[in-house]
Design a protein around this ligand. Structure first.
Ligand SMILES: *Cc1c(COP(=O)(O)O)cnc(C)c1O
Ligand code: SF4
Length: 355
């Protein structure tokens, strides 16, 4: 069984047999899952019985952004299918090395110029919100990632850095929301997150909301531990989780259970997706994605136009094609199930709507 998603009957096969209701507790703990992740293109291709031509192309494409695929995701990739929409997100291709250098750059969204506390990864790009690139570690390496060239080495959250960040937040009283981004902030331990939230609550009176941007609930769903949910429960700070799923095939029973843990405790969950050629640039894929998300209690938030990062040109879908798909979605789904189709622009205080 390579997929056991009960929500996506239209696109993928339904599961056979009974699915346990406490699946997350039966999975290896999330740190073990991180350790066991596949880190080699040949290994990935071998396990999926992909042809030698695909394996050698992947090896050539890897460059300095290594493969990282958790085994939890591997089970959601159709074996022996080089066009599988989940595989394409994580499989290096030699096309990554032949990027048009003039328009595709290493820092397409202007992150490097928005840092407010030197060496901290804390960025001020949006009104009332601060964005903290809290770590460079991820539960998966997405080949289209716009932060794939970001130098994360310096963003180690030492006590000094953390202190500087709290001071800066408290000084800038217009900041009412802190966005934890990365990398993936849920690669931090529950203890560390708990300490962080506690400090924010104590030291930054102007802060009202904490937003967590994470691919963990989709990639390694057992990361949504009871302790994590406890930390994020509404308190003085309201927490909002923004997950990242691009295709309904990513949403299996374990993901559903992870999301239920969050929504069951009153934590709103939103999804952002990136429009990716060969992955989700079709009405069928995006319609099914929205249906599955809504069914799980997740609101489709953004559909991002690809950021023009070096190595990702082969994923680009034209804005015209994107607009057409969104128009078709709008004609078929309730308004709340249609994500906003947007583009990020360096130096702009908000996303640019593309529709
Ligand atoms: C756009 C964006 C944000 C914040 O924008 P909102 O419009 O407030 O959601 C934060 N992080 C990333 C990576 C973004 O692209
Ligand atoms: S999980 Fe997010 S930050 Fe990490 S590689 Fe994927 S898109 Fe990039």
């Amino acid at each position: 069984m390579w997929n056991h998603n009960p929500l996506t009957a239209g696109i993928v096969t339904r599961p056979q047999g009974v699915v346990p209701t406490d699946l997350l507790d039966q999975m290896p703990d999330w740190r073990t899952a991180m350790r066991n992740a596949i880190r080699d293109a040949r290994d990935l291709c071998g396990r999926l019985r992909l042809p030698e031509s695909v394996a050698s192309d992947a090896e050539e494409g890897t460059g300095d952004f290594p493969v990282f695929v958790p085994l939890e995701l591997l089970g959601r990739i159709r074996p022996a299918d080089p066009q599988d929409p989940v595989l394409l997100q994580v499989l290096p291709r030699s096309a990554e090395r032949h990027a048009p250098v003039d328009v595709f750059s290493a820092d397409p969204v202007g992150d490097r110029s928005a840092e407010v506390v030197a060496g901290s990864g804390m960025l001020k790009k949006y009104h009332g919100r601060a964005l903290w690139i809290s770590t460079g570690t991820c539960p998966v390496h997405c080949r289209y990632c716009f932060r794939r060239h970001f130098d994360y080495q310096q963003n180690q959250a030492s006590p000094e850095v953390w202190d500087g960040i709290c001071q800066w937040l408290a000084r800038n009283k217009d900041i009412e929301e802190l966005i934890l981004s990365g990398g993936d902030p849920l690669t931090w331990s529950d203890q560390r997150l708990e300490a962080l939230i506690h400090q924010l609550e104590q030291r930054v009176p102007n802060l009202r909301r904490l937003r967590v941007h994470s691919r963990m609930p989709v990639m390694i769903p057992q990361r949504v531990t009871s302790k994590l949910v406890e930390c994020l429960k509404p308190s003085r700070l309201t927490s909002i989780m923004v997950i990242h799923s691009n295709h309904p095939q990513e949403l299996d029973e374990a993901v559903i259970q992870a999301i239920k843990r969050l929504t069951g405790c009153g934590i709103p969950v939103l999804n952002q997706a990136v429009l990716l050629k060969g992955v989700n640039d079709s009405l069928e894929a995006l319609e099914e994605l929205s249906r599955c998300l809504v069914q799980m209690g997740v609101m489709p938030y953004y559909l991002h136009q690809l950021d023009r990062v070096l190595g990702a040109a082969h994923f680009e879908v034209s804005e015209q094609a994107g607009r057409e798909i969104i128009g078709q979605l709008r004609a078929r789904l309730p308004g709340y199930a249609v994500p906003r189709y947007v583009r990020e622009a360096a130096g702009s205080p908000a996303k640019i709507p593309l529709e």
